[in-house]
Design a protein around this ligand. Sequence first.
Ligand SMILES: NC(=O)c1ccc[n+]([C@@H]2O[C@H](COP(=O)([O-])OP(=O)(O)OC[C@H]3O[C@@H](n4cnc5c(N)ncnc54)[C@H](O)[C@@H]3O)[C@@H](O)[C@H]2O)c1
Ligand SMILES: [Zn+2]
Length: 327
Amino acid sequence: MWHRATAEAALARAGVASSRIIVAPGEASKSYPVFEQVCEAVIGARIERGDLVIALGGGVIGDLAGFVAAVVRRGLDYVQVPTTLLADVDSSVGGKTAIDSAYGKNLVGAFHQPILVLADTALLDTLPEREFRSGYAEVAKYGLLGDADFFTWLEANWREIFAGGGSSRSFAREHAIAVSCRAKAAIVARDERETGDRQLLNLGHTFGHALEAACGFSDRLLHGEAVAAGMALALEFSARRQGLIGAADAARGIRHLAAVGLPTRIADIAGPKPSLDELMALIAQDKKVKHGNLTFILMRGIGSAFIETGVEAREVRAFLGEKLAER
Ligand SMILES: NC(=O)c1ccc[n+]([C@@H]2O[C@H](COP(=O)([O-])OP(=O)(O)OC[C@H]3O[C@@H](n4cnc5c(N)ncnc54)[C@H](O)[C@@H]3O)[C@@H](O)[C@H]2O)c1
Ligand SMILES: [Zn+2]
């Protein structure tokens, strides 16, 4: 609300005419009916090529508005103005736009790059702490997957990142967001369509998506929380394999996620535990299974993740069986 009024006032001061389309909060807005409403509203506002769609909001708004911009009049320019930490460091960068299908999330969409991403960290001051912490999981992900120095810096500075506000403190927040965006942009520039390296961004997401789906994509487990638990599982799973990350480094990665208050164990998730069969079915669904093998992002060390296409389902099953038995 406040942010919209500020944005509209800024546009008016600059002499830019605008119309607004307001969408209800929540993943449910990434749907066919809302997509249709927004397309019709954009067309009804007589938008023309050369005009702009501005996505002011979190990842839900960015994905929805970006997809609308991708298809209305066969493609309009759009700008992302992310208002959540997750949108700052993840969804606003990389050009993936989508709505959800009855068969799963993000199944109907397009690659459509924004012409600008305007990440104003002051917008995060109104974000509930739990949402901020959830988005932080993706920040930590960039350190874990490809930048050990950044991870070490996060271990030392996370409190300042969370505190935000104030001139000296906002430096840490801005730095964390800038490094994260650069990390994602560099990977996307190498592999926009996710045929190779872009898969590294899925660190923690195979286990994470299964947990998120088992919780019904509800408030019980936010996306970043699921990713944190998923990264902890990926670290532990990697540590069990010969020649990959050592147990001490895996524990270090997990310790940081736990220190900021993110879940790192299945037992940390509120409510009934999913069954092993349920998790395995969700993992098989999420991943391309090639010759009975699953693809996972595993870790050689902190800051060095890689794509492993030869993970046997029974190995994952044995591992998750142990994890589900923990309390
Ligand atoms: N396109 C991509 O590459 C990509 C990557 C990651 C995630 N995503 C998508 O992003 C979505 C999740 O995004 P999200 O985590 O930003 O969730 P979200 O957009 O649902 O926002 C979370 C909540 O915070 C509220 N909110 C947003 N900004 C606020 C602010 N500044 N102050 C107070 N409240 C605020 C929202 O109304 C909502 O209730 C998912 O749909 C996911 O699929 C896309
Ligand atoms: Zn994610």
